[in-house]
Design a protein around this ligand. Structure first.
Ligand SMILES: Cc1cc2nc3c(=O)[nH]c(=O)nc-3n(C[C@H](O)[C@H](O)[C@H](O)COP(=O)(O)OP(=O)(O)OC[C@H]3O[C@@H](n4cnc5c(N)ncnc54)[C@H](O)[C@@H]3O)c2cc1C
Length: 496
């Protein structure tokens, strides 16, 4: 039997700066594989829009591998079965992949595979591809470690190989073949390294200077933010190459985006160190406080809450598969406070919509924006104020909420005031053309604040908070967080 090594591509869909590929090639002949796992794609945090993006990334990866004489082998099934099938033809010396920090499912899959490879005496080598460290006991020196990882030399594209292992590959299935519910995302950006590099270069050349001024408003963010997140999530670009390219430009805005790339790994590290955070609240007294409500959840998810700025953001997200940070935070805050929905349910809904869905960032952010970490200031965004601040003329609202297109600007953020206007234009009837607000945005926020105050006044609440601070917060931040904790009631009054 011929001896080979498997290079198992996961969320590292590139050949440049890919240590698993580079080390696999050094070890001998390789077969590059990508396994499409139907059980993973059937999970409620996955969606057809994400698969379509990945499909494009795989076509691009396949072409890049062809250029260096390698054939990407696609398999639909589970990884163990794929390895067993290949073991019938080859002697598998080793498996080379990156260290994945995914969701609970991928964590368990990797645990099972570890047992399997041990029993079969196959060495499985995993390589770090982001600034996230396995088995870390404390956050001490985490930033230095991150810095070290980011400053390592970029691994160039491998040179062309002089052998060919030509075994049949499955074709890439459509969303329908994978039994994924089709969710229209007609303005989604395209997947693949070429697209990612183009976006990175355009951003560095034309946009980075004004980056900081484009972050908050959805009117500017689509053009002004890097929108590199899907390429980082699926590994079309390595975070190290992005950090190094940004540092090289030394332009205004470099530092701001550099620190966000730092956050990228900082949040994933939290889930790596405590995988239960995907399902369970950081603070135990915040568990089970909210109630499911299908009517609210559906109205929110479809952009039919009757709050124009919320609906515009959600409809834009539904069509693009992306929205800027502040609007994500506002959407989540509205679901968790005004609608009082469990973050796990609204979080799943958002996860499916994001083509950049990254479990480590996503679930920690969902918990932060829902107040369940108890170590971050509680931000109850006022969606009307956000609208006035970031879309004063109602341009974004009119783009996405066509029903309000003819409403005069002075009513665009609060169309329930339109009665005065209705006298002139009887064609618009609130509740018929566009829904009445499903909650009163002011009173529902007030109710949420009262409930939060009750919970935080329970005995032992702040002792638990202090334990969380000890575990999750870096030494630098710890002092100020512990101090703030003593004045925590003030944090509840923050209205954004
Ligand atoms: C509820 C909620 C859920 C989120 N879910 C995800 C997710 O699933 N995947 C994801 O990549 N980001 C998520 N974010 C963080 C953030 O909104 C996105 O990273 C950012 O909007 C991506 O756009 P961009 O690439 O243009 O970012 P830029 O502003 O151009 O920043 C560059 C990169 O820095 C990183 N970054 C930026 N902001 C953050 C942040 N706040 N936290 C961590 N990393 C950051 C991302 O990798 C991003 O691509 C979430 C935020 C919230 C509030």
């Amino acid at each position: 039997m011929e001896s080979i090594n498997l290079v198992w591509f996961k969320k590292d869909l590139r050949i440049c700066d890919n240590e698993a590929l580079s080390q696999g090639l050094k070890a001998g002949k390789i077969i590059p594989i990508f396994v499409i796992e139907p059980s993973l794609w059937a999970l409620p945090d996955h969606s057809s829009r994400q698969w379509e993006f990945v499909r494009e990334c795989l076509i691009d990866l396949k072409n890049s591998l062809n250029e260096i004489g390698l054939k990407l082998i696609i398999r639909v099934g589970n990884i163990e079965d794929v390895i067993k099938e290949l073991m019938e033809r080859f002697h598998i010396q080793g498996i080379y992949s990156h260290e994945e920090t995914g969701n609970e499912w991928t964590f368990k899959r990797d645990q099972n595979l570890r047992h399997f490879t041990k029993n079969e005496r196959i060495n499985w080598y995993e390589f770090r591809q982001v600034g996230v460290f396995r088995g870390l006991k404390t956050r001490k020196n985490w930033s230095q470690k991150w810095e070290q990882h980011m400053s390592q030399e970029i691994i160039n594209n491998p040179v062309k190989v002089n052998y060919l292992i030509d075994i049949p590959s499955h074709s890439l299935p459509s969303s329908k073949c994978l039994s994924l519910n089709l969710d229209e995302c007609n303005l989604r950006i395209k997947g693949g390294r070429k697209q990612g590099l183009k976006r990175l270069n355009d951003f560095l050349r034309y946009k980075i200077d004004n980056y900081q001024y484009s972050l908050s408003s959805p009117l500017k963010a689509f053009d002004g933010c890097s929108r590199l997140s899907p390429y980082l999530t699926w590994g079309c670009l390595s975070i190290r190459e992005v950090v190094q390219a940004i540092r090289k430009t030394k332009k205004r805005g470099s530092r701001a985006i550099d620190s966000r790339l730092h956050w990228h790994c900082h949040f994933i590290q939290k889930l790596e160190s405590e995988p239960e955070l995907e399902n369970r609240e950081y603070h135990q007294q915040m568990r089970g406080i909210r109630k499911s409500n299908t009517i609210f959840l559906n109205a929110w998810s479809q952009g039919l809450t009757g709050i124009p700025f919320i609906d515009a953001c959600m409809r834009s997200l539904n069509n693009h598969g992306w929205i800027n940070f502040r609007m994500r935070a506002m959407l989540m805050s509205f679901a968790s406070y005004h609608l009082w929905l469990p973050w796990q349910e609204s979080g799943l809904c958002l996860a499916r919509k994001f083509i950049d869905y990254e479990p480590g960032i996503h679930w920690t952010q969902c918990q932060m924006q829902s107040g369940t970490t108890a170590i971050n200031a509680i931000r109850i965004y006022n969606p009307i104020k956000q609208g006035y601040d970031h879309d004063p003329e109602g341009i974004f609202i009119r783009t996405w909420v066509k029903e309000l297109q003819n409403i005069p600007t002075k009513f665009i953020h609060e169309p329930w005031e339109v009665d005065l206007f209705r006298q002139k234009d009887s064609s618009f009837v609130l509740g018929k053309n566009y829904p009445l607000p499903i909650v009163d945005p002011i009173n529902s926020a007030r109710r949420a604040r009262i409930k939060l105050k009750e919970i935080r006044n329970k005995p032992g609440f702040f002792d638990i908070t202090n334990n969380i601070i000890e575990k999750h917060v870096s030494r630098k931040e710890k002092k100020s967080k512990l101090k703030k904790n003593n004045t925590s009631d003030k944090q509840l009054n923050l209205d954004f």
